[in-house]
Design a protein around this ligand. Structure first.
Ligand code: CO
Length: 166
């Protein structure tokens, strides 16, 4: 009799452990997937005094409602001499935005004030500085190669690449 009670109790305990493990697995799966998606929505790139971005192709999953791009200036020159920023436009708008930005000045981060062609942009930074921008992917087309570039005068010819939601 005593043994049977023990067995029943043991079996109940095991059932609870099993339910608990199941719930734990579901939680880990949920948060695990969430963490991975978040990681991929946070992109970073570098740029140094050699006037080059560390990558020419950036991509984020279509699932990202927002994307954060962090730019790290790994050089030493100040922003008025070797400034870098990260500006995103369509491929078609890129040259116009870059050329208009040239006369906008450092105080406007070399982007024409109120330029509606700009999808996202950071400020201009100098050596040792970092900056980031978070933008909504609403309105962007998956699979389309958008253009990112540095709008500092003379840089955008070389400092450019593609950004794609894939
Ligand atoms: Co630059």
């Amino acid at each position: 009799m005593q043994q049977k009670q023990d067995q029943t109790r043991w079996s109940k305990t095991m059932k609870n452990v099993s339910i608990f493990s199941g719930m734990l697995a579901v939680l880990i799966a949920l948060f695990g997937v969430r963490a991975v998606a978040d990681d991929h929505c946070n992109l970073s790139l570098g740029a140094a005094d050699n006037m080059q971005f560390s990558t020419k192709a950036m991509a984020a999953p279509v699932a990202c409602e927002n994307v954060t791009v962090t730019l790290n200036h790994t050089g030493v020159f100040p922003k008025n001499a070797m400034g870098h920023n990260w500006v995103l436009t369509t491929e078609a708008d890129f040259k116009g935005v870059a050329m208009d930005g040239g006369s906008a000045g450092l105080k406007n981060n070399y982007v024409k004030e109120g330029d509606t062609r700009v999808i996202a942009m950071t400020e201009i930074i100098g050596g040792g500085e970092s900056t980031s921008v978070t933008f909504s992917t609403e309105g962007l087309t998956a699979g389309t190669a958008y253009t990112f570039f540095c709008s500092f005068p003379g840089h955008w010819g070389i400092m450019k690449g593609t950004f794609t939601l894939s």
